[in-house]
Design a protein around this ligand. Structure first.
Ligand code: SAM
Length: 239
């Protein structure tokens, strides 16, 4: 059974978009995953198929109606056990842990907002998770959905070759990854760190670990504190 992505959107033509190419595109061709869209406009009201209305309480912009989203959920025929996710800057930040959970299941149902967003009641009624891809505002949820799908699809069995293996990536151990170098060994006066040419695998592993720790401490104090706390807990449990 392949992994099924279903996307509720006003712009179905944006899918699979860039995910029809490269790694995800090859996986799509091989049938390792499928990408279905449900056009919210098809469930709009009246002659103009209106999907949005003005916000109660006043304020700028328009809000996507709950009845329109509800009808799209029903028509999507996505399996009832897949996570339902609304992409929104008001959501909890998407993490690699979420991505692993989504990829381990049978698929996801993604709801893409536009305008000011979606009526809150339909999200509650359908037990929808609210997820953000970062602290900035996009014009619509489609590009965020593509980000989430890209992150999931590359983890599906059979998608990544060993040259693209995700075992040692950033976040896999709670740290950012060490820096990478390839040929030439010297480029425009900049040499590759000597240790990487030594052939001493233990020393290389220790150097990479130290680099990962330093980069994480400097760039992501939040991840660094969590990593230190986990390390302390593991040490306490070991004694
Ligand atoms: N008024 C909303 C707010 O301030 O939270 C922003 C609405 S935004 C212009 C339109 C749609 O883009 C949202 O409903 C959401 O689906 C999507 N979107 C925007 N930024 C996002 C982000 N950082 N992560 C996920 N989705 C986002």
């Amino acid at each position: 059974m392949n992994w099924q992505a279903t996307v509720l959107t006003l712009f179905p033509e944006m899918f699979p978009g860039p995910l029809g190419l490269s790694l995800a595109g090859r996986a799509l061709e091989k049938g390792l995953w499928t990408c279905r869209t449900e056009d919210l406009r098809q469930h709009g009201l009246g002659r103009h198929r209106a999907v949005d209305d003005t916000p109660f309480g006043g304020g700028a912009g328009m809000v996507i109606r709950p009845d329109v989203v509800d009808a799209a959920f029903a028509a999507s025929q996505a399996p009832s056990d897949v996570p339902r996710v609304y992409l929104t800057p008001r959501g909890r930040p998407l993490t690699q842990q979420d991505v692993r959970r989504y990829a381990a299941g049978s698929g996801v149902l993604l709801l893409c907002g536009r305008f000011e967003g979606v009526d809150e009641r339909v999200l509650q009624a359908h037990g929808v998770e609210q997820v953000s891809i970062g602290d900035y505002i996009l014009s619509g949820g489609e590009t965020a959905a593509l980000v989430l799908l890209d992150a999931c699809v590359r983890l599906l069995p059979g998608v990544m070759g060993c040259e693209e293996s995700g075992v040692e990536e950033s976040f896999s151990e709670g740290l950012l990854e060490y820096p990478h170098y390839t040929r030439p060994a010297e480029w425009e006066g900049r040499a590759v760190p000597e240790i990487l040419l030594s052939g001493n695998h233990a020393a290389i592993a220790a150097w990479r670990q130290k680099q990962a720790e330093e980069i994480t401490r400097e760039r992501r104090p939040d991840l660094w504190s969590a990593w230190l706390a986990r390390k302390e807990r593991n040490m306490a449990e070991a004694v």
